[in-house]
Design a protein around this ligand. Structure first.
Ligand code: KG4
Ligand code: ZN
Length: 345
């Protein structure tokens, strides 16, 4: 089965073709980062319009790369939510129209399920069950996964998502959008011992997160010191250290609580090297293993949507012709798949 995947939930147009026998055949991503940079964040209407411009040419490109005709596609998967509604509607309507014209089924994919499954595209794919830490611009979720589609939320952010906190703090430090990678880069120049930021919600039980206070801590630290390049680098270091440490503490708790030995990290912030290193250390100490996608599939992409859609289509799921994009869509509302991929223990 060959599935075309389309991702347009935010500021990346991602398109890919997944083949059940050969794996990923082709993928392409167009980032809108430069388009939104001058506004310091995503402008929803500009995002929708750019998806309209980019989506069909990218689909033609991946079909060419895979040497396929549209008629050789067996199903179309698209991100139906959560995300920016206008942006989602572009992908949804293009996906449904192509599926209708090719006479194949279409399947709505949950963006965060796409992220969660992205590490399964790698050679060293995780088997079930596992804990997933999903850290993106819009979500911070700790999820217990025994079956694909049945997700138990163990913890989530009560305010800003981890990526959002990176973006806001980066803006404060005068860095461009998206802020996460730029802040991580600046943190490399920071002195480890100058500032110590709090580890929010770690001194009480529970697996929820709160990141908005760290941004305020950064504002206050900057205001009370000379604003020069070293101070900004030191704040970047202390901020990144605090976010990474907090995420690590909560992952450790989730693993202790569930007695699971595999940890998956995905979503834009999973591209962060310090987070990857810290979680690798944690899992070495615990005798378990950490899994994450290749760098380009940590952030939004079409490959994860093609793969998630493939799993649901091969299980016989598909939707009616009505289009239903959802800006909000709880991960726990998804239906479990009757047959899940590889399970160990
Ligand atoms: O998953 P994603 O591409 O889009 C959403 O679904 O939101 O995540 C984007 C987020 C942004 O907030 C971005 O700043 C953050 O991921 N991000 C990073 C890094 N790369 C991307 N945060 C920290 N370190 C990074 N290396
Ligand atoms: Zn995402």
């Amino acid at each position: 089965m060959r599935v075309l995947g389309i991702e347009t939930s935010c500021d990346e147009t991602g398109v890919a073709i997944f083949d059940s026998k050969k794996g990923l055949l082709a993928h392409a991503i167009h980032s809108q980062a430069t388009l939104h940079a001058e506004y310091g964040g995503v402008v929803p209407e500009l995002a929708s319009r750019d998806h309209i411009r980019q989506c069909l040419p990218l689909i033609t490109q991946v079909l060419d790369e895979a040497s396929l005709k549209g008629s050789e596609i067996d199903g179309v998967a698209y991100t139906a939510g959560p995300g920016l509604i206008g942006a989602l509607l572009v992908g949804t309507s293009i996906a449904r129209s192509l599926a209708w014209s090719w006479q194949v089924p279409a399947i709505a994919v949950h963006h965060m399920e796409g992220h969660l499954l992205a590490p399964m595209l790698e050679e060293n794919a995780p088997c079930l069950p596992f804990i997933a830490l999903l850290v993106s611009g819009g979500h911070t979720l700790l999820v217990e996964v025994h079956e694909i589609g049945r997700y138990k939320i163990l913890g989530e952010s009560v305010d800003d998502a981890a990526g959002e906190a990176f973006d806001k703090t980066a803006k404060l430090l005068g860095l461009g959008y998206p802020g996460g990678p730029a802040l991580a880069q600046l943190a490399l120049l920071g002195q480890p011992d100058r500032f110590k930021f709090p580890r929010p919600m770690t001194n009480r039980p529970g697996l929820d997160f709160s990141f908005s206070g760290l941004k305020t801590f950064a504002v206050n630290t900057l205001a009370s010191h000379e604003n020069n390049s070293q101070t900004r680098a030191d704040i970047a270091y202390a901020f990144e250290d605090a976010v990474v440490d907090t995420l690590t503490i909560k992952c450790k708790r989730a693993l202790q609580q569930t007695q699971l030995t595999r940890l998956v990290i995905a979503g834009g912030v999973s591209a962060n090297h310090k987070l990857q290193q810290k979680l690798a250390q944690l899992m070495t100490q615990r005798g378990g293993e950490v899994y994450y996608p290749r760098q380009e599939f940590c952030t939004d992409n079409g490959a994860m949507i093609a793969y998630a859609g493939y799993l649901r289509l091969q299980a016989g799921q598909s939707q009616t012709l009505s289009m239903n994009a959802k800006a909000r869509w709880p991960l726990e509302d998804l239906s479990p798949l009757p047959s899940s991929p590889k399970r160990c223990r």
